[in-house]
Design a protein around this ligand. Structure first.
Ligand code: GDP
Ligand code: IMO
Ligand code: MG
Length: 425
Protein backbone atom coordinates (compact mmCIF):
# COMPACT_ATOMS: atom_id res chain seq x y z
CA UNK A 1 0.00 0.00 0.00
CA UNK A 2 0.99 3.64 -0.34
CA UNK A 3 0.71 6.72 1.84
CA UNK A 4 -1.64 9.37 0.47
CA UNK A 5 -0.82 12.93 1.46
CA UNK A 6 -3.11 15.85 2.17
CA UNK A 7 -1.51 19.27 2.60
CA UNK A 8 -2.02 23.01 2.25
CA UNK A 9 -0.84 24.78 -0.90
CA UNK A 10 -0.91 28.34 0.47
CA UNK A 11 0.15 29.88 3.82
CA UNK A 12 -1.87 27.50 6.04
CA UNK A 13 -5.48 27.36 7.25
CA UNK A 14 -6.76 26.07 3.90
CA UNK A 15 -9.26 23.78 5.67
CA UNK A 16 -7.04 20.70 6.05
CA UNK A 17 -8.68 19.53 9.29
CA UNK A 18 -12.15 19.54 7.80
CA UNK A 19 -11.12 17.60 4.70
CA UNK A 20 -9.05 15.04 6.66
CA UNK A 21 -12.04 14.42 8.94
CA UNK A 22 -14.19 13.87 5.84
CA UNK A 23 -11.72 11.54 4.12
CA UNK A 24 -10.65 9.62 7.24
CA UNK A 25 -13.16 6.73 6.83
CA UNK A 26 -11.38 5.82 3.57
CA UNK A 27 -8.15 5.13 5.50
CA UNK A 28 -6.97 2.96 8.39
CA UNK A 29 -4.41 5.37 9.82
CA UNK A 30 -4.19 9.18 9.85
CA UNK A 31 -0.71 10.49 10.62
CA UNK A 32 0.68 13.94 11.31
CA UNK A 33 4.24 14.15 9.95
CA UNK A 34 5.53 17.62 10.88
CA UNK A 35 4.75 20.84 12.71
CA UNK A 36 3.34 21.04 16.18
CA UNK A 37 0.88 23.10 18.20
CA UNK A 38 1.38 26.06 15.86
CA UNK A 39 -1.27 24.23 13.80
CA UNK A 40 -4.97 24.74 14.46
CA UNK A 41 -7.22 22.37 12.51
CA UNK A 42 -10.95 23.02 12.80
CA UNK A 43 -13.64 20.35 12.50
CA UNK A 44 -17.34 21.17 12.64
CA UNK A 45 -20.02 18.52 13.02
CA UNK A 46 -23.21 17.91 15.01
CA UNK A 47 -23.36 21.62 15.76
CA UNK A 48 -19.99 21.61 17.55
CA UNK A 49 -16.60 23.01 16.66
CA UNK A 50 -13.39 21.18 17.60
CA UNK A 51 -9.88 22.60 17.14
CA UNK A 52 -6.97 20.15 17.05
CA UNK A 53 -3.32 21.22 17.38
CA UNK A 54 -1.29 18.03 17.80
CA UNK A 55 -3.77 15.20 17.49
CA UNK A 56 -4.51 14.13 13.88
CA UNK A 57 -7.91 15.06 12.45
CA UNK A 58 -9.02 11.42 12.12
CA UNK A 59 -9.56 11.11 15.88
CA UNK A 60 -13.33 11.66 15.79
CA UNK A 61 -13.84 8.68 13.45
CA UNK A 62 -14.19 5.64 15.68
CA UNK A 63 -12.57 3.05 13.43
CA UNK A 64 -9.43 5.02 12.59
CA UNK A 65 -6.01 4.86 14.19
CA UNK A 66 -4.10 8.14 14.56
CA UNK A 67 -0.35 8.61 14.74
CA UNK A 68 1.64 11.64 15.87
CA UNK A 69 4.70 10.96 13.73
CA UNK A 70 8.46 11.40 14.19
CA UNK A 71 8.63 14.75 12.44
CA UNK A 72 6.14 16.41 14.81
CA UNK A 73 7.24 18.53 17.79
CA UNK A 74 5.02 17.92 20.81
CA UNK A 75 4.19 20.20 23.69
CA UNK A 76 2.78 17.76 26.27
CA UNK A 77 0.83 20.62 27.89
CA UNK A 78 -1.12 21.33 24.68
CA UNK A 79 -1.51 17.61 24.03
CA UNK A 80 -2.96 17.09 27.52
CA UNK A 81 -5.45 19.91 26.94
CA UNK A 82 -6.51 18.30 23.67
CA UNK A 83 -6.94 14.94 25.40
CA UNK A 84 -9.09 16.62 28.08
CA UNK A 85 -11.28 18.05 25.32
CA UNK A 86 -11.56 14.63 23.68
CA UNK A 87 -12.55 13.17 27.06
CA UNK A 88 -15.21 15.87 27.44
CA UNK A 89 -16.52 15.01 23.95
CA UNK A 90 -16.56 11.32 25.01
CA UNK A 91 -14.13 10.30 22.30
CA UNK A 92 -12.47 7.00 23.11
CA UNK A 93 -8.92 7.51 21.88
CA UNK A 94 -6.77 5.44 24.19
CA UNK A 95 -6.41 2.46 21.83
CA UNK A 96 -6.42 4.60 18.70
CA UNK A 97 -3.81 7.28 19.39
CA UNK A 98 -0.12 6.46 18.95
CA UNK A 99 2.91 8.69 19.47
CA UNK A 100 6.26 8.17 17.75
CA UNK A 101 9.17 7.92 20.18
CA UNK A 102 11.43 9.94 17.90
CA UNK A 103 9.14 12.99 17.95
CA UNK A 104 10.83 15.89 19.76
CA UNK A 105 9.47 17.52 22.90
CA UNK A 106 8.77 21.24 23.27
CA UNK A 107 10.03 22.34 26.71
CA UNK A 108 8.70 25.42 28.53
CA UNK A 109 12.10 27.04 27.89
CA UNK A 110 11.61 26.55 24.13
CA UNK A 111 8.50 28.72 24.37
CA UNK A 112 10.41 31.17 26.56
CA UNK A 113 13.16 31.38 23.91
CA UNK A 114 10.60 31.79 21.10
CA UNK A 115 9.09 34.77 22.91
CA UNK A 116 12.48 36.32 23.73
CA UNK A 117 13.78 35.84 20.18
CA UNK A 118 10.66 37.32 18.57
CA UNK A 119 10.74 40.29 20.95
CA UNK A 120 14.40 40.90 20.09
CA UNK A 121 13.54 40.95 16.36
CA UNK A 122 11.25 43.94 16.90
CA UNK A 123 9.71 45.12 13.61
CA UNK A 124 11.26 42.25 11.62
CA UNK A 125 9.54 39.60 13.74
CA UNK A 126 8.25 36.45 11.98
CA UNK A 127 4.84 36.66 13.63
CA UNK A 128 5.43 33.24 15.22
CA UNK A 129 2.61 31.57 17.12
CA UNK A 130 5.10 31.53 20.06
CA UNK A 131 4.52 27.82 20.65
CA UNK A 132 8.26 27.09 20.77
CA UNK A 133 8.42 25.59 17.28
CA UNK A 134 11.59 27.33 16.01
CA UNK A 135 13.73 26.71 19.14
CA UNK A 136 12.63 23.04 19.31
CA UNK A 137 13.55 22.30 15.68
CA UNK A 138 16.81 24.21 16.28
CA UNK A 139 17.64 21.84 19.13
CA UNK A 140 16.68 18.90 16.91
CA UNK A 141 19.07 19.89 14.11
CA UNK A 142 21.63 21.09 16.68
CA UNK A 143 21.49 17.60 18.21
CA UNK A 144 20.50 18.80 21.64
CA UNK A 145 16.80 17.90 21.68
CA UNK A 146 14.74 15.78 24.04
CA UNK A 147 12.54 13.17 22.41
CA UNK A 148 9.37 11.41 23.50
CA UNK A 149 11.32 8.15 23.91
CA UNK A 150 13.57 9.86 26.47
CA UNK A 151 10.72 9.94 28.98
CA UNK A 152 11.22 6.18 29.31
CA UNK A 153 14.91 6.63 30.24
CA UNK A 154 16.06 6.42 33.87
CA UNK A 155 18.01 9.68 33.55
CA UNK A 156 15.19 11.67 31.90
CA UNK A 157 15.26 14.38 34.58
CA UNK A 158 19.02 14.84 34.16
CA UNK A 159 18.56 15.24 30.41
CA UNK A 160 15.74 17.72 30.96
CA UNK A 161 17.77 19.76 33.43
CA UNK A 162 20.82 19.83 31.13
CA UNK A 163 18.77 21.20 28.22
CA UNK A 164 16.97 23.69 30.45
CA UNK A 165 20.35 24.93 31.74
CA UNK A 166 21.54 25.48 28.14
CA UNK A 167 18.39 27.44 27.40
CA UNK A 168 18.87 29.60 30.48
CA UNK A 169 22.36 30.52 29.27
CA UNK A 170 20.97 31.32 25.83
CA UNK A 171 18.19 33.49 27.27
CA UNK A 172 20.87 35.88 28.57
CA UNK A 173 21.55 37.18 25.03
CA UNK A 174 17.94 38.32 24.68
CA UNK A 175 16.04 41.16 26.28
CA UNK A 176 14.04 40.20 29.37
CA UNK A 177 10.50 39.01 28.65
CA UNK A 178 7.84 37.92 31.05
CA UNK A 179 7.52 34.14 31.43
CA UNK A 180 6.30 32.13 34.41
CA UNK A 181 8.90 29.40 34.14
CA UNK A 182 8.15 27.73 37.49
CA UNK A 183 4.42 27.58 36.75
CA UNK A 184 4.87 26.30 33.18
CA UNK A 185 7.42 23.73 34.33
CA UNK A 186 5.01 22.33 36.93
CA UNK A 187 2.31 21.97 34.25
CA UNK A 188 4.81 20.38 31.88
CA UNK A 189 5.95 17.75 34.39
CA UNK A 190 2.33 16.82 35.15
CA UNK A 191 1.54 16.53 31.42
CA UNK A 192 4.54 14.23 30.88
CA UNK A 193 2.77 11.75 33.17
CA UNK A 194 -0.24 11.92 30.84
CA UNK A 195 2.01 11.34 27.82
CA UNK A 196 3.36 8.20 29.52
CA UNK A 197 -0.15 6.74 29.45
CA UNK A 198 -0.35 6.95 25.66
CA UNK A 199 0.87 4.25 23.30
CA UNK A 200 4.45 5.08 22.35
CA UNK A 201 5.72 3.38 19.19
CA UNK A 202 8.72 3.28 16.90
CA UNK A 203 6.93 5.28 14.24
CA UNK A 204 8.95 4.14 11.23
CA UNK A 205 8.29 0.44 11.98
CA UNK A 206 4.67 1.18 12.85
CA UNK A 207 4.08 2.90 9.51
CA UNK A 208 5.99 0.45 7.31
CA UNK A 209 4.61 -2.70 8.88
CA UNK A 210 1.11 -1.22 8.60
CA UNK A 211 1.67 -0.59 4.89
CA UNK A 212 3.05 -4.10 4.41
CA UNK A 213 -0.05 -5.58 6.02
CA UNK A 214 -2.30 -3.68 3.61
CA UNK A 215 -3.29 -0.70 5.75
CA UNK A 216 -4.15 2.59 4.05
CA UNK A 217 -2.47 5.68 5.48
CA UNK A 218 -3.31 9.36 5.06
CA UNK A 219 -0.55 11.82 5.99
CA UNK A 220 -2.02 15.10 7.29
CA UNK A 221 0.04 18.21 6.63
CA UNK A 222 0.21 21.20 8.94
CA UNK A 223 0.89 24.81 7.97
CA UNK A 224 1.13 25.39 4.21
CA UNK A 225 3.70 24.91 1.46
CA UNK A 226 4.55 28.63 1.39
CA UNK A 227 5.64 28.27 5.04
CA UNK A 228 8.10 25.45 4.21
CA UNK A 229 11.54 26.01 5.76
CA UNK A 230 13.33 25.47 2.42
CA UNK A 231 10.89 26.66 -0.25
CA UNK A 232 8.62 29.08 1.59
CA UNK A 233 8.94 32.85 1.93
CA UNK A 234 12.09 32.60 4.05
CA UNK A 235 12.67 33.84 6.75
CA UNK A 236 8.90 34.31 7.21
CA UNK A 237 8.28 30.57 7.41
CA UNK A 238 7.91 27.83 9.98
CA UNK A 239 10.80 25.50 10.91
CA UNK A 240 9.77 22.25 9.22
CA UNK A 241 9.34 20.82 5.72
CA UNK A 242 5.64 21.22 5.13
CA UNK A 243 5.76 19.79 1.59
CA UNK A 244 5.37 16.17 0.45
CA UNK A 245 9.10 15.53 0.96
CA UNK A 246 8.46 16.07 4.69
CA UNK A 247 6.24 12.96 4.73
CA UNK A 248 9.25 10.74 3.94
CA UNK A 249 11.42 12.17 6.73
CA UNK A 250 8.53 12.81 9.10
CA UNK A 251 7.08 9.29 8.99
CA UNK A 252 10.06 7.23 7.85
CA UNK A 253 8.60 6.11 4.51
CA UNK A 254 10.48 5.92 1.23
CA UNK A 255 9.51 8.17 -1.72
CA UNK A 256 8.23 5.12 -3.67
CA UNK A 257 5.55 4.70 -1.01
CA UNK A 258 3.88 8.06 -1.70
CA UNK A 259 0.53 7.66 -3.51
CA UNK A 260 -2.00 10.44 -4.15
CA UNK A 261 -1.06 13.97 -3.14
CA UNK A 262 -4.15 16.00 -2.34
CA UNK A 263 -3.42 19.73 -2.34
CA UNK A 264 -5.84 22.15 -0.68
CA UNK A 265 -6.37 25.76 -1.65
CA UNK A 266 -8.94 28.28 -0.55
CA UNK A 267 -10.92 29.92 -3.36
CA UNK A 268 -9.01 33.07 -2.30
CA UNK A 269 -5.89 33.36 -0.14
CA UNK A 270 -4.95 34.18 3.46
CA UNK A 271 -1.84 34.53 5.56
CA UNK A 272 -1.33 35.09 9.28
CA UNK A 273 1.88 36.58 10.66
CA UNK A 274 4.51 38.62 8.82
CA UNK A 275 6.00 38.20 5.36
CA UNK A 276 5.25 38.75 1.68
CA UNK A 277 1.80 38.14 0.24
CA UNK A 278 1.61 39.48 -3.35
CA UNK A 279 -2.18 39.42 -3.77
CA UNK A 280 -2.99 40.83 -0.32
CA UNK A 281 -5.92 43.28 -0.29
CA UNK A 282 -5.70 46.31 2.00
CA UNK A 283 -9.09 47.73 1.04
CA UNK A 284 -12.71 46.94 1.89
CA UNK A 285 -12.52 43.79 -0.27
CA UNK A 286 -9.87 42.38 2.10
CA UNK A 287 -12.13 43.29 5.02
CA UNK A 288 -15.08 41.62 3.24
CA UNK A 289 -13.15 38.34 2.81
CA UNK A 290 -12.02 38.41 6.46
CA UNK A 291 -15.58 38.93 7.65
CA UNK A 292 -17.34 36.49 5.29
CA UNK A 293 -14.62 33.85 5.78
CA UNK A 294 -14.37 34.38 9.58
CA UNK A 295 -10.64 34.68 8.99
CA UNK A 296 -9.26 34.69 12.52
CA UNK A 297 -6.50 32.26 13.54
CA UNK A 298 -7.60 28.94 15.09
CA UNK A 299 -4.48 28.90 17.31
CA UNK A 300 -3.85 32.55 18.17
CA UNK A 301 -7.12 34.32 17.26
CA UNK A 302 -5.16 36.86 15.19
CA UNK A 303 -6.96 38.37 12.17
CA UNK A 304 -5.73 36.72 8.96
CA UNK A 305 -4.54 38.84 6.07
CA UNK A 306 -6.75 38.24 3.01
CA UNK A 307 -6.32 38.51 -0.76
CA UNK A 308 -7.11 36.95 -4.13
CA UNK A 309 -6.09 33.49 -5.24
CA UNK A 310 -2.63 33.47 -6.80
CA UNK A 311 -2.01 31.03 -9.67
CA UNK A 312 1.79 31.42 -10.03
CA UNK A 313 2.03 30.75 -6.29
CA UNK A 314 -0.20 27.66 -6.61
CA UNK A 315 1.69 26.34 -9.66
CA UNK A 316 4.88 26.64 -7.58
CA UNK A 317 3.52 24.60 -4.67
CA UNK A 318 1.82 22.08 -7.00
CA UNK A 319 5.26 21.55 -8.55
CA UNK A 320 7.01 21.18 -5.18
CA UNK A 321 4.47 18.70 -3.86
CA UNK A 322 3.59 16.64 -6.94
CA UNK A 323 -0.10 17.35 -6.41
CA UNK A 324 -2.41 14.84 -8.12
CA UNK A 325 -5.78 16.20 -6.92
CA UNK A 326 -6.99 19.59 -5.78
CA UNK A 327 -9.55 20.48 -3.15
CA UNK A 328 -10.96 24.01 -3.30
CA UNK A 329 -12.35 25.24 0.02
CA UNK A 330 -14.40 28.21 1.19
CA UNK A 331 -15.96 28.90 -2.20
CA UNK A 332 -19.11 30.03 -0.33
CA UNK A 333 -17.15 33.02 1.01
CA UNK A 334 -17.30 34.48 -2.53
CA UNK A 335 -21.11 34.06 -2.84
CA UNK A 336 -22.00 37.75 -2.70
CA UNK A 337 -19.35 39.00 -5.12
CA UNK A 338 -20.20 40.28 -8.59
CA UNK A 339 -16.68 39.68 -9.84
CA UNK A 340 -13.83 37.52 -8.60
CA UNK A 341 -10.21 38.29 -9.33
CA UNK A 342 -7.49 35.72 -9.94
CA UNK A 343 -3.77 36.52 -10.23
CA UNK A 344 -2.81 34.64 -13.38
CA UNK A 345 0.82 35.80 -13.76
CA UNK A 346 3.40 38.15 -12.24
CA UNK A 347 4.86 41.15 -14.01
CA UNK A 348 8.48 41.97 -13.41
CA UNK A 349 10.41 44.73 -15.20
CA UNK A 350 7.71 44.99 -17.90
CA UNK A 351 7.65 41.25 -18.59
CA UNK A 352 5.11 38.63 -17.57
CA UNK A 353 6.40 35.58 -15.78
CA UNK A 354 5.01 32.52 -14.08
CA UNK A 355 8.03 32.11 -11.84
CA UNK A 356 8.20 33.30 -8.24
CA UNK A 357 11.21 35.57 -7.63
CA UNK A 358 14.02 34.57 -5.24
CA UNK A 359 12.57 36.99 -2.72
CA UNK A 360 8.84 37.42 -2.85
CA UNK A 361 9.32 40.66 -0.85
CA UNK A 362 10.78 42.06 -4.09
CA UNK A 363 8.21 44.72 -4.91
CA UNK A 364 9.22 45.03 -8.57
CA UNK A 365 7.13 41.88 -9.03
CA UNK A 366 3.39 42.58 -9.30
CA UNK A 367 0.49 40.18 -9.82
CA UNK A 368 -1.50 40.46 -13.05
CA UNK A 369 -5.24 39.87 -12.55
CA UNK A 370 -8.06 38.48 -14.63
CA UNK A 371 -11.66 38.91 -13.57
CA UNK A 372 -14.37 36.24 -13.51
CA UNK A 373 -18.12 36.63 -12.99
CA UNK A 374 -19.48 35.79 -9.54
CA UNK A 375 -22.68 33.78 -8.94
CA UNK A 376 -24.42 36.08 -6.47
CA UNK A 377 -26.32 33.37 -4.61
CA UNK A 378 -25.78 31.07 -1.69
CA UNK A 379 -24.86 27.42 -2.18
CA UNK A 380 -27.07 25.94 0.53
CA UNK A 381 -29.20 23.94 -1.87
CA UNK A 382 -26.30 22.53 -3.89
CA UNK A 383 -26.27 18.89 -2.79
CA UNK A 384 -23.97 17.84 -5.63
CA UNK A 385 -21.25 19.54 -7.63
CA UNK A 386 -23.55 19.66 -10.66
CA UNK A 387 -26.09 21.70 -8.64
CA UNK A 388 -23.65 24.56 -8.05
CA UNK A 389 -24.46 27.76 -9.96
CA UNK A 390 -22.95 27.75 -13.43
CA UNK A 391 -20.56 30.62 -12.66
CA UNK A 392 -19.25 28.75 -9.60
CA UNK A 393 -18.60 25.64 -11.69
CA UNK A 394 -16.95 27.80 -14.32
CA UNK A 395 -14.66 29.33 -11.67
CA UNK A 396 -13.63 25.87 -10.40
CA UNK A 397 -13.06 24.57 -13.93
CA UNK A 398 -11.01 27.66 -14.77
CA UNK A 399 -8.73 26.85 -11.83
CA UNK A 400 -8.49 23.25 -12.91
CA UNK A 401 -7.57 24.17 -16.49
CA UNK A 402 -5.03 26.78 -15.52
CA UNK A 403 -3.40 24.66 -12.82
CA UNK A 404 -3.51 21.46 -14.87
CA UNK A 405 -4.62 19.35 -11.91
CA UNK A 406 -8.13 17.87 -11.50
CA UNK A 407 -10.32 19.29 -8.74
CA UNK A 408 -11.59 16.35 -6.68
CA UNK A 409 -13.74 18.27 -4.20
CA UNK A 410 -15.20 21.68 -3.50
CA UNK A 411 -16.01 22.81 0.03
CA UNK A 412 -19.06 25.03 0.50
CA UNK A 413 -19.11 25.57 4.26
CA UNK A 414 -17.37 24.58 7.51
CA UNK A 415 -19.62 21.56 8.21
CA UNK A 416 -18.56 17.97 7.68
CA UNK A 417 -21.19 17.45 5.00
CA UNK A 418 -20.52 20.66 3.10
CA UNK A 419 -18.11 19.04 0.68
CA UNK A 420 -19.06 18.26 -2.92
CA UNK A 421 -17.17 15.60 -4.80
CA UNK A 422 -16.46 16.61 -8.37
CA UNK A 423 -14.69 13.33 -9.10
CA UNK A 424 -16.65 10.51 -7.50
CA UNK A 425 -14.37 8.39 -5.27
P1 GDP B 1 -6.57 24.18 8.68
O1 GDP B 1 -5.52 24.75 9.57
O2 GDP B 1 -6.10 24.04 7.26
O3 GDP B 1 -7.19 22.92 9.18
O4 GDP B 1 -7.72 25.29 8.63
P2 GDP B 1 -8.32 26.11 9.89
O5 GDP B 1 -9.20 25.22 10.68
O6 GDP B 1 -7.25 26.84 10.60
O7 GDP B 1 -9.14 27.24 9.13
C1 GDP B 1 -10.17 26.95 8.24
C2 GDP B 1 -11.44 27.65 8.76
O8 GDP B 1 -12.40 27.68 7.73
C3 GDP B 1 -12.09 26.91 9.90
O9 GDP B 1 -12.75 27.85 10.73
C4 GDP B 1 -13.10 26.00 9.20
O10 GDP B 1 -14.20 25.66 10.05
C5 GDP B 1 -13.55 26.89 8.09
N1 GDP B 1 -13.92 26.21 6.83
C6 GDP B 1 -13.39 25.08 6.28
N2 GDP B 1 -13.94 24.87 5.05
C7 GDP B 1 -14.83 25.86 4.85
C8 GDP B 1 -15.68 26.21 3.76
O11 GDP B 1 -15.75 25.56 2.72
N3 GDP B 1 -16.44 27.35 3.92
C9 GDP B 1 -16.40 28.12 5.04
N4 GDP B 1 -17.16 29.20 5.09
N5 GDP B 1 -15.61 27.82 6.08
C10 GDP B 1 -14.82 26.72 5.98
P1 IMO C 1 -2.23 25.30 10.19
O1 IMO C 1 -1.75 23.86 10.29
C1 IMO C 1 -1.22 29.45 9.41
C2 IMO C 1 2.71 30.84 10.68
C3 IMO C 1 2.78 31.85 11.83
C4 IMO C 1 4.04 32.61 11.46
C5 IMO C 1 4.94 31.51 10.88
C6 IMO C 1 5.92 30.93 11.88
O2 IMO C 1 -3.34 25.61 11.11
O3 IMO C 1 -2.49 25.65 8.77
P2 IMO C 1 5.77 29.36 14.02
O4 IMO C 1 4.81 29.33 15.15
O5 IMO C 1 5.80 28.12 13.20
O6 IMO C 1 7.13 29.81 14.45
O7 IMO C 1 5.24 30.55 13.06
O8 IMO C 1 4.07 30.49 10.42
N1 IMO C 1 1.99 29.59 10.98
C7 IMO C 1 0.77 29.31 10.50
N2 IMO C 1 -0.06 30.04 9.74
N3 IMO C 1 -1.57 28.20 9.76
C8 IMO C 1 -0.73 27.44 10.50
O9 IMO C 1 -0.97 26.13 10.76
C9 IMO C 1 0.49 28.00 10.93
N4 IMO C 1 1.52 27.56 11.69
C10 IMO C 1 2.44 28.54 11.70
O10 IMO C 1 1.64 32.67 11.83
O11 IMO C 1 3.77 33.52 10.44
MG1 MG D 1 -5.24 26.34 10.92
Amino acid sequence: MTVDVLLGLQWGDEGKGKVVDYLAPRYDIIARFQGGPNAGHTLVFEGKKHVLHTVPSGIFREAQVNLIGNGVVIDPITLERELDELDAAEVDYIDRLFVARKAHLILPTHRYLDKASETAKGKSKIGSTLKGIGPTYMDKTGRNGLRVGDIEAADFMDRYNALKAKHQELLKIYPDVEFDLAGEEAKWMASIERLRQLKLVDGEYFVNSSLNSGKRILAEGAQGSMLDIDYGTYPFVTSSNTITAGVCTGLGVSPQKIGEVIGITKAYCTRVGSGPFPTELFDEMGEFLRKEGAEFGATTGRPRRCGWIDLPQLRYTIMLNGVTQLVVTKIDVLNKLEAIEMATAYESNGEQTDQLPYDLCDDTCKPVYESFPGWGSDLERAATYGMLPEAAQKYVEELEARLQVPVAMVSTGPGRRQLLEKIQA
